[in-house]
Design a protein around this ligand. Structure first.
Ligand code: IPD
Ligand code: CA
Ligand code: CA
Length: 267
């Protein structure tokens, strides 16, 4: 295993322990609102601190960007870690056991290492640039479907940005008419990991943040899939509008998304 992936795995497991311990004592979790339908708990923050500490111990020079604690500038900006310490906070707060730790490393602006860890199921998804993607050490691959017929797509609702509801619902309707079914499980990181593992055929969501998607993007690519924005371009890190699936199915998904791109979504 690449030494930097090894550190990412160590950090993810440490954060996972913080999260599962707290999940068993839900009455002690402190919840605060960050914005409309957007919550943070003391557990998100402790998990992020544990990850930052683990990375800092081995790589004090690297830059770290965390959802909860912001940017920790290091002397070396070529190495950037992008962290979501707890993806699926709403599930966590409600007692739904579906959430994950997501850690990615970019080297000179390119995704290089990725870990998504589901601490409840003990599932560790990993990827290294050019080396494929694994689940608990076993190779995973994106399902190479070319058609929406029979496909299951994962998605997320724009619950923090309800101004996108009309556009989203139109896309959903167009896709739902053709697919077998949809899943809204509540963790974008796990949605992407499940695309990589071939558990779902594709994924789309509006307005995600870089820490929601960085690790998942590398997993999908290394598992033989594609990740684009809603126009088929590569602006998804900026826009947060993301589609992931096999290359063949992605074309079909975009056909049903494109007609509903409003002003706000076309960028
Ligand atoms: C959220 C989850 C959710 C997605 C949201 C994200 P958080 O992340 O990934 O599935 O629909 O857009 O913000 O806030 O739980 O880290
Ligand atoms: Ca997230
Ligand atoms: Ca989070």
């Amino acid at each position: 295993m690449h030494p930097m992936l090894n550190i990412a795995v160590r950090a993810a497991r440490t954060a996972g322990n913080v999260i599962t311990r707290a999940f068993e004592q839900a009455d002690k979790v402190e919840i605060e609102s960050k914005g409309t339908n957007d919550f943070v708990t003391n557990v998100d923050i402790s998990a992020e601190q544990a990850i930052v500490e683990t990375i800092r111990k081995s790589y004090p020079e690297h830059t770290i960007i965390g959802e909860e604690t912001g940017q920790h500038e290091g002397a070396d900006n070529d190495y950037q870690w992008i962290i979501d310490p707890l993806d699926g906070t709403t599930n966590f707060v409600k007692g739904i056991p579906h959430f994950a730790v997501s850690i990615a490393l970019k080297v000179k602006g390119k995704l290089d290492q990725a870990v998504i860890y589901d601490p409840i199921r003990g599932e560790l998804f990993t990827a290294s640039r050019g080396k494929g993607a694994q689940l608990n050490g076993f190779r995973i691959r994106v399902k190479q479907n070319k058609e929406l017929t029979g496909a299951i797509l994962a998605t997320g609702f724009p619950f923090k940005k309800k101004q996108h509801m009309t556009a989203y619902m139109s896309m959903f309707q167009a896709l739902f008419e053709k697919t077998s079914d949809m899943r809204r499980a509540g963790s974008a990181a796990l949605d992407l990991a499940y695309v990589a593992a071939g558990r779902v055929d594709g994924f789309f969501e509006i307005g995600l943040k870089p820490w929601d998607t960085a690790a998942g993007e590398l997993l999908v690519i290394e598992a033989g899939g594609l990740v684009t924005d809603f126009t088929g371009g590569h602006n998804h890190t900026q826009s947060g509008n993301i589609v992931a699936s096999s290359p063949g199915l992605l074309k079909e998904i975009l056909k049903d998304i494109r007609p509903h791109l409003g002003e706000a979504l076309s960028k």
